[in-house]
Design a protein around this ligand. Sequence first.
Ligand SMILES: Cc1cc2nc3c(=O)[nH]c(=O)nc-3n(C[C@H](O)[C@H](O)[C@H](O)COP(=O)(O)OP(=O)(O)OC[C@H]3O[C@@H](n4cnc5c(N)ncnc54)[C@H](O)[C@@H]3O)c2cc1C
Length: 405
Amino acid sequence: MHRQHIVILGSGFAAFSLLKRLPAKRFDVTVVSPRNHFLFTPLLPSTTVGTLEFRSIIEPIRVVRQGIAFYLAEAVAIDAGARRVLCRAALDAQPFAMEYHALVIAVGADNQTHDIPGVRENALFLKELADARAIRQRIIECFERASTPGLSGDERRRLLRFVVVGGGPTGVELAAELHDFVRDDLSRWYPERAPEARITVVEAQSVLLGAFHSALAAYALRLFRREGIEVLTHSKVKEVSPDAIRLHDGMEIPCGLVVWSTGLGPRPFVRALDFPKDHGQRLLTDRHFRVKGQSDIYAIGDCSVVEGENFPATAQAGRYLAFSLSRAASGKSARPFRYRHLGMLAYVGRHRALADLPSLHAHGMAAWLFWRSAYLTRLVSLKNKMLVLFDWFKTLLFGRDVSRF
Ligand SMILES: Cc1cc2nc3c(=O)[nH]c(=O)nc-3n(C[C@H](O)[C@H](O)[C@H](O)COP(=O)(O)OP(=O)(O)OC[C@H]3O[C@@H](n4cnc5c(N)ncnc54)[C@H](O)[C@@H]3O)c2cc1C
C-alpha cells in the first residue's frame, strides 16, 4: 500500500484529536509544534491557583502517539506548489523544510488584544501552562508584597486587587478559581490580608458568559455578586499600565494583576499565509476542512472556519478529518462534515457550575459534579485521570499550596 506522508502543524486540541485517530499503518505522520505536549485547556484555570497541578493536565505528544516523527519547531511558510512546509526549530531557530502529501494546519490562535496600549507589556494571558504558572506566581507575590510592614493602605489594596478582563468562560472560570483560592486558602495563611483582596471582572458587553443560555448567565452573575466578585459590564479597557487599568469612561482601577482574556486573533504564521480568510483572519475551508483553493492542505481548530458557518472549534473536526483522510487513502470519499452541538460547561466557583446542554440547562452543585466527571472522562490518559483525581482530593483535604519558588 502506498504510504502517504501527513504533516500536522500544531499539538493542540485539533491536532491531537486528528492524531489519535489517524491509522498508523496507512500514514507516515510528522507533527511540528513549538510545544511538545498536548494541554487540556478546559482545566487550565484550575492550575492558576493550585486546585490542580500543572503536569496533571498535559501529555507529551511522543507518549500520546508512538511511531510518529515530532519536531519541536514552528512552521514559518508554506510552498503549496512544491508541497513543502518551511519550519524553524523552536530552541535554536535552525531552519528546515519538509515535503508532504497532505498538510494539516492546526496552529490555533493568538490572544486578541485589540491593539489596546499596554496589554502585551503589562497583562498576563491564560492560554498556555506557562501563563497559568505566571498567574499563580503573581497572586502569591502580591500577597507576600502586601504583607510587607510599613506599606501604605493604598498600595496594599492595589496589590490585592485582581482584575480579569473578559467575561467569557475563561475569564469567569479564572475569577471563580481565584475567589475559591482567596476564600478557602489565602484567608487561612494571610488572615489580615485576605479580607482586603478584591476580584473584578471587566466585560465590554452587557452580560457575562454571553454564549450561555440567559438563565445560566444570570445565575453566574448573581453568584458572583453574592460572593463579592465585582462585575463591571459595559466597560471597555482603554489602557493597561504596570499598576492599573484605565477604562473608556475614565475610571482607573489600581491593581496588582491583570489577566487578559478577550478572545482570539490570528497567529503571525496564519496572517502571513496567502490563502483566503474571513474577517477574523481565519483560514476558510470547505466542509471537508480543505483550505479554499487547495487540494492537499487542510485547516482545523481555532485557526480556521468552515466558509459560511460558525462552528466552534471542537475535537469533532479532528475526528472527521482522520476519517476522511483514511477514506481518501483507500480511494473513497467521505460525506461533508456535520457539526453536532454537545453543549457547554463552565465552573463558576464555590463548587458550582453551569451545564448548557442541548436538552438541559442546569446550574449549581449537581452541574459541578457533572462538570468534573465530564472533564475527568475526557482527559487523555489514565495517568492524567489519576493525577487530576488525586489533586482534587489533595485540595479538598489539605488546601492549595501557597509556596513561591
Ligand atoms: C483556559 C481555556 C479554557 C478552555 N476551555 C474550553 C472548554 O471547556 N471547552 C472547549 O471546547 N474549549 C475550551 N477552550 C478552547 C479550546 O482550548 C480551543 O478551542 C482549542 O484549544 C483549539 O484547538 P487548536 O488545536 O485549534 O489550538 P491550540 O489548542 O491552541 O493549539 C495550537 C497548537 O499549535 C502550535 N503552534 C502555534 N504556532 C505554530 C506554528 N507556527 N507551527 C506549528 N505549530 C504551531 C501551538 O504550540 C499549539 O500546540 C479553552 C481555552 C482556554 C485557553
